[in-house]
Design a protein around this ligand. Structure first.
Ligand code: FES
Length: 73
């Protein structure tokens, strides 16, 4: 399987793996994602994408706990 990394933030060269790492470490906003990598928001064009990735991971986390509840019953 080939893993494709896309640049999310052109200004700070943050790719999807870096954004996902920050989210996994607890980042819940674009500013927190940047802070995790010792950068700051520059133009802000990545913020919408980063917010979407945060929402997506929250949804996946919720799905995982729902599935855990089903298995526990
Ligand atoms: S693309 Fe992320 S700050 Fe510009």
């Amino acid at each position: 399987m080939q893993i494709t990394l896309m640049i999310v933030c052109v200004c700070r060269a943050l790719n999807t793996a870096k954004v996902n790492d920050a989210i996994a470490a607890g980042a819940r906003s674009p500013a927190q994602v940047h802070r995790h990598h010792d950068t700051t928001i520059n133009c802000g064009k990545c913020c919408e994408t980063v917010c979407g990735m945060i929402r997506e991971q929250k949804g996946m986390a919720a799905m995982s706990s729902d599935q855990q509840m089903v298995h526990a019953e």
